[in-house]
Design a protein around this ligand. Structure first.
Ligand code: SF4
Length: 333
């Protein structure tokens, strides 16, 4: 847990401090006041008769009958792995790790996906609501600081369905919804009052690039809409006395090679609305999956350069964003 002092961008002189004793996970409150039961019903209704769990709106696909659409997931979620993740942001990994539950398949088709075995080839195990709840408890029992649902867009109903079981089993950790931002507003409205931390990765601003690289021409509009909704629900990111995220929005942006114009637009859009956005500008892009082999994607078949990253950070500062994520905690394993 050693490391330098908690940096100013975490607590902002106390403005973004949420004391642990004043915090109750949102889903526990919803359970106590009886709202969770209705939310489960509402969420499951999104699965059919035509699935509307995500913006693909797969017409005629009834996932209640185990049919599947673009995301290839039927009635039950599929999980690739669950573990204490020490590679996430310091506000999530803390010193005992972020309790990551990594869902299989995806509703996007990112040609550069660095987890394509999971997202595009579907490696993993199918779990019903009880199984998913038990998995949440297993990472809680490992001492993790939060439950971190990775690639949850297409299984938001199944997550909501599992929550009452997990609560009965003793779940008490904050929930982190770690998403590509290709979510449906309907799903987000069900998640309102259940999720503590939203972590959208706003990937691309340009529709043509989104069509080419993500197979989703409407991605930028959807991402803008859902990030605004996430912000309406939980506001700017707040952390406890130890610098662990408890509530709010943490925006990620994977800087892409040769695409600083998208970076600039995304930064300017965020800065114009929420100057106190907690932002992680990520530098770990490398060409994977089809970006590595298909000449159609030659423009992104390289790593991001140091000058590109320097420029991205300078853009954020120039736009007035000041809560930029940085490594500050030393974690010993
Ligand atoms: S969650 Fe899957 S089946 Fe449902 S609309 Fe999205 S891609 Fe289609």
């Amino acid at each position: 847990m050693a490391g330098r002092a908690i940096p100013a961008e975490i607590h902002g002189g106390g403005r973004f401090l949420l004391r642990r004793r004043d915090f109750t996970p949102a889903y526990l409150k919803a359970h106590e006041d009886g709202r969770l039961r209705d939310k489960v019903e509402e969420a499951l209704a999104h699965l059919g008769p035509s699935c509307r769990a995500c913006p693909r709106l797969c017409k005629g696909v009834d996932r209640r009958a185990n049919q599947y659409g673009v995301c290839k997931v039927g009635r039950h979620a599929r999980v690739a792995s669950a573990f204490a993740h020490f590679g996430e942001e310091d506000v999530l990994r803390g010193w005992r790790g972020s309790g990551t539950i990594f869902f299989s398949w995806c509703n996007l088709r990112c040609v550069f996906c660095q987890n394509f075995e999971t997202s595009q080839l579907g490696e993993g195990e199918e779990l019903d609501a009880w199984g998913l709840a038990a998995l949440m408890l297993s990472v809680q029992d490992q001492g993790c600081h939060n439950i971190n649902f990775v690639t949850p867009e297409h299984v938001a109903p199944q997550i909501v369905e599992a929550l009452p079981h997990a609560i009965r089993m003793g779940l008490r950790l904050p929930l982190v919804y770690n998403t590509s931002a290709y979510d449906s507003l309907e799903s987000l409205r069900v998640l309102d009052g259940l999720v503590d931390v939203y972590m959208p990765d706003f990937k691309l601003w340009d529709g043509g690039a989104s069509r080419l690289y993500l197979s989703a021409v409407n991605y930028p509009e959807v991402a803008r809409e859902v990030i605004a909704e996430m912000h309406r629900q939980v506001g700017d990111l707040k952390a406890d006395e130890d610098g662990l995220a408890l509530r709010g929005v943490l925006v990620r942006h994977l800087v892409m090679p040769g695409r600083l114009s998208d970076t600039r637009e995304i930064i300017d859009w965020l800065a114009a609305r929420w100057r106190d956005t907690y932002l992680n500008l990520m530098d770990q892009y490398y060409p994977a999956w089809k970006a590595k082999t298909n000449p159609r994607f030659a423009d992104i078949n390289r790593r991001v350069t140091r000058p590109e990253m320097t420029q991205a950070i300078a853009m954020a500062h120039a736009a007035g964003l000041w809560r930029l994520d940085d490594r500050w905690r030393e974690v010993s394993f």
